[in-house]
Every structure is written in structure tokens, then in C-alpha cells.
Design a protein around this ligand. Structure first.
Ligand code: ADP
Length: 225
């Protein structure tokens, strides 16, 4: 589903963020992306979101070469990629419902379809009863779940997360990770950039470790029995 083929990324400043990176994630696979600050994690996510383009190499998503995607197709491509941020970037001057509805309104969905999809997404994250509240009245974990609902409201095939548990305690972090796992089980490919070593060791998932823009290790969980 996500296939980096010898991808290098050099920013306009001359900084090389990725060097000949090759990695593959299958549909429905879930993995952590880890490494020190500056290792290239965010750059990997930005390339998949099409916020940046590779300087060299190819990026194939669901078999399609992103380098060949026409500018006019970018908004449609982006609907297949949901993104969850650490600070969840919610708008505190509108309701939970309106926050989750935002990507659909931007895409021009009809109000009825918006209502149906927003409620389905809120139901998945267990917040259907909070739709009329302002996110400021919710706990940190609940706010992050609103961020996840907004990321999946388009029913994306890929879910990316950048330090999604950064501000949460271990129990809430596990709760959020279990939600991601649920999406993985229905075929969504999930890639989570994180520094959280405890979380990584608890979850037993594939771990891709970056070091100075290269893949330093790729460890898959060992299943016993
Ligand atoms: P990480 O997410 O692992 O901290 P990044 O992908 O953000 O790493 O950064 C990798 C390298 O690329 C770093 O040296 C960073 O300073 C540099 N970098 C990231 N974004 C930009 C940018 N927009 N312009 C120039 N350099 C950048």
C-alpha cells in the first residue's frame, strides 16, 4: 500500500532529510516509525500526504506512482490519507460535530451525507454523545479521539499519526492505540511516528527505525505459539 523505492529528499536549504529510503507497508499493516529528532520521520509522513515531493526515487501508494499524479488529482488522493496530529489542531470556536465535519465541508459533501459520515466517525471513537459540545470541555484523550474521528471521516485507506500520544498518560495512550488497531483490522494501513519507547514496547507492532534519513532497522513482532 505504501512503497518507498530508494526515496531521497533534499529540502531547498540543502538539508538531506531522507537518503535512498526503501520500505513497504501492506494494506491493513500497522507500524511505528521511530528515530531521533531530525531522523526524517515527519518527512516520510509529509511525502505520503503529498505535502512534499521526493528529490529522487519513487513513492507508490496502492500501486500508483505519486510522481505521476496530476495536480488536479491531489485533492482526491488526499481523501485517502487521514492524519492525526499530536496537538490535534481542533477549532475551539465550534462543536465536536463541526470539527469532524470540516474535511467533508471542504470537499463539498451534501449536508445529509455530512451528518451520516460524521456520526459514523464519532460512533467509532465512542464520542457520539458529545457531538454538540465544544472540544474545550473534553479531556485530552477525548480531544485526541475527536482528532481521530476527523482523520477517518473520509474513510481513508491510510492513516498517519505524528506523535499522537505525546501529551497523554500511558493508559490513555493505550486506548488511542487500540483505536488505531481497530482501523488496521478493517484494512486501513496505519503508520505512527513516535518517540514513545514504552508505548512501542507495549504494542508488539512492526517498528521502522530511521537514522539520519536511512532505515536503520525494521523489526517485526515475533509471534510465539
Ligand atoms: P523528524 O520528524 O524525525 O524529527 P524531520 O523529517 O522533521 O525529522 O527532519 C529531517 C531533517 O530535515 C532535519 O534535519 C530537519 O531539520 C530537516 N527539515 C525538515 N523539514 C524541513 C524544511 N521544510 N526545510 C528544510 N529542512 C527541513
Amino acid at each position: 500500500m505504501i512503497c518507498f523505492d530508494k526515496v531521497s529528499k533534499r529540502y531547498a536549504t540543502g538539508q538531506e532529510a531522507l537518503s535512498g529510503l526503501t520500505l513497504n507497508l501492506d494494506a491493513g499493516e500497522m507500524a511505528f516509525l521511530t528515530g531521533h529528532s531530525g531522523a526524517g520521520k515527519s518527512t516520510v509522513l509529509k511525502l505520503v500526504m503529498l505535502m512534499e515531493r521526493p528529490s529522487q526515487g519513487q513513492l507508490l501508494i496502492n500501486g500508483k506512482n505519486l510522481g505521476r499524479l496530476h495536480r488536479s488529482q491531489i485533492p482526491y488522493y488526499r481523501r485517502n490519507v487521514g492524519v492525526v496530529f499530536q496537538n490535534h489542531q481542533l477549532l475551539f470556536d465550534r462543536t465536536v460535530f463541526d470539527n469532524v465535519a470540516l474535511p467533508l465541508l471542504v470537499s463539498g459533501y451534501q449536508p445529509r451525507e455530512v451528518g451520516r459520515r460524521v456520526r459514523a466517525a464519532l460512533d467509532k471513537v465512542g464520542l457520539l454523545d458529545k457531538e454538540k459540545q465544544n472540544p474545550i470541555t473534553l479531556s485530552g484523550g477525548e480531544q485526541q479521539r475527536v482528532g481521530i474521528a476527523r482523520a477517518v471521516v473520509h474513510k481513508p485507506r491510510i492513516l498517519l499519526a505524528d506523535e499522537p500520544t505525546g501529551n497523554l498518560d500511558p493508559e490513555l495512550s493505550s486506548e488511542i492505540m487500540n483505536l488505531f488497531r481497530d482501523f488496521g483490522e478493517v484494512g486501513v494501513t496505519v503508520l505512527i511516528a513516535t518517540h514513545d519507547i514504552d508505548l512501542i514496547s507495549r504494542m508488539g507492532l512492526r517498528v521502522l527505525q530511521l537514522q539520519q534519513g536511512r532505515l536503520a532497522s525494521d523489526e517485526r513482532p515475533v509471534h510465539v505459539g
